[in-house]
Write a protein that binds this ligand. Structure first.
Ligand code: NAD
Length: 423
């Protein structure tokens, strides 16, 4: 990657860490803890950087950089996905691990936050190279992960096959079969029903609840979804099934918008495995324009920093549900909240994935597996309780939904750290 782009990307990730720290500090203040607690929680407790030599198909060795961050393990093992992306960097992995602590805290799961990443572009690698890299990463981090220490999962550009290779490698190192080491596995290796669609299902539940609170009937709602990957595409499908009109979608190449509604079935059929479809259309518009189009509900489900102080005054939606991690800056949050736009923040809206990952780990530990319906019902209940808790905190402290979700999300980690005598 061009060094300028990389430096910009790293700076953007550092800014995200700073914004996260700022809200964590405020949340800790509302909970009545001292600055010492902030000192503990402002960074991951453990951050490992590894260099992984991989024999490529052409016989040459390439050395990849990988990361694993563990934010805080006072509550229980840390948990979070592994991202394969050319632009992933240390600060991004740090921020993502902090958000995982918040998600686990909001849904009341017995976990702290973790996250991992490898700087690579799987779109340009063979399956064999991806397998060797996945196995190499597990060997490199094996000392600090495990079913009772830190449990990885899929994230951007990683999937159930990669989880299966990682689990297999771990079971070779640890000399026992350990499905609970990782979640997001194929069903035959101890995966859970509903894991693949869990994030989108969770976002759908948040949208239904937000619409109910705003008195908006989902059947009359017009929805724009930015991003048509794992999260965005399943979401479009579920919302259309619920009767909503999907008027806009987008991917890295551009966006499609039709006020009368898009043919989602057709677009799902034409998209590739990396969530690309708009390149097939001449009438596509830019992602920037899409965000400002007429709609009732806007769902950023792609990348960070999409809603900023520049476009926040022009957003037409009355509800924003953040399926992506970090799509809205703090300045934009303030502007949108002041305009009366209801924001369901990322740490709440995208918590469906970690919730079903938790169910997978529980099923692995007990060796007894639940039906699709049981998984769906348990997730619905946990998420609805979480949404209610965040709304109650916003009301009680008279704060915006982002700060309210941080207050709810950080409480458990802070309390556990306090009881353990760390602070
Ligand atoms: P994905 O890789 O499957 O899809 C990403 C989509 O975003 C693709 O359609 C891609 O073309 C598009 N995109 C990429 N760059 C873009 C850009 N600059 N502008 C507009 N679109 C762009 O990823 P995903 O798993 O769907 O994740 C999307 C977001 O949701 C990420 O922020 C991720 O961290 C978050 N998230 C995902 C999960 C999950 O379980 N999939 C869980 C929690 C959070």
């Amino acid at each position: 990657m061009n060094e300028d782009i990389q430096a910009k990307r790293e700076q953007a990730s550092l800014d995200i860490v700073k914004s996260t720290q700022k809200v964590i500090k405020e949340a800790i203040g509302y909970l009545g803890y001292s600055d010492d607690m902030y000192e503990l929680l402002k960074e991951p407790m453990r951050m490992l950087t590894v260099r992984i030599p991989i024999r490529m198909d052409d016989g040459k060795t390439k050395v990849f950089t990988g990361y694993r961050a563990q934010h805080n393990d006072a509550v229980g093992p840390t948990k979070g996905g592994v991202r394969f992306h050319p632009e992933v960097n240390e600060a991004e992995v740090k921020a993502l691990s902090m958000w995982m602590s918040l998600k686990a805290g909001i849904v009341d799961l017995p976990y702290g936050g973790g996250k991992g990443g490898i700087v690579c572009d799987p779109r340009e690698m063979s399956l064999g190279e991806i397998e060797r890299l996945s196995r190499g990463y597990v060997r490199a981090i094996s000392q600090i992960v495990g079913p009772t220490k830190d449990i990885p999962a899929p994230d951007v550009f990683t999937n159930s096959q990669i989880m299966a290779w990682m689990m297999d490698e771990y079971s070779l190192i640890r000399e026992f079969d350990s499905p609970g080491f990782i979640t997001g596995k194929p069903l035959v290796l101890g995966g859970s029903h509903g894991r693949e669609t869990a994030t989108a299902k969770g976002v759908t539940i948040c949208i239904e609840e937000a619409a109910r609170k705003k008195g908006l009937d989902l059947k009359d709602a017009r929805i724009i979804i930015q991003g048509f990957g794992n999260a965005g595409s399943f979401l479009a499908k579920f919302l259309q099934e619920a009767g909503a009109k999907i008027v806009g979608i987008s991917d890295a190449h551009g966006a499609l918008y039709d006020y009368e509604g898009l043919d989602i079935e057709y677009l799902l059929d034409r998209r590739d495995s990396f969530g690309t479809v708009t390149n097939l259309f001449n009438n596509r518009i830019s992602n920037k324009d899409l965000l400002e189009k007429e709609c009732d509900i806007l769902v950023p489900a792609a990348v960070a920093n999409q809603l900023t102080a520049n476009n926040a005054p022009k957003i037409k939606a009355s509800i924003i549900v953040e399926a992506a991690n970090g799509p809205t800056t703090l300045e934009a949050t303030e502007i949108l909240s002041k305009r009366g736009i209801l924001i369901i923040p990322d740490v709440l809206a995208s918590a469906g994935g970690v919730t079903v990952s938790y169910f997978e780990w529980v099923q692995n530990n007990q060796g007894f597996y639940w039906s699709k319906e049981e998984v769906a019902e348990r997730m619905r209940q946990l998420l609805i309780d979480s949404i209610d808790k965040v709304f109650a905190a916003a009301e009680k402290h008279q704060v915006n939904m982002r700060l309210a979700s941080y207050i709810v999300g950080i409480r458990k980690t802070a309390e556990a750290s306090h009881f353990r005598g760390w602070v």
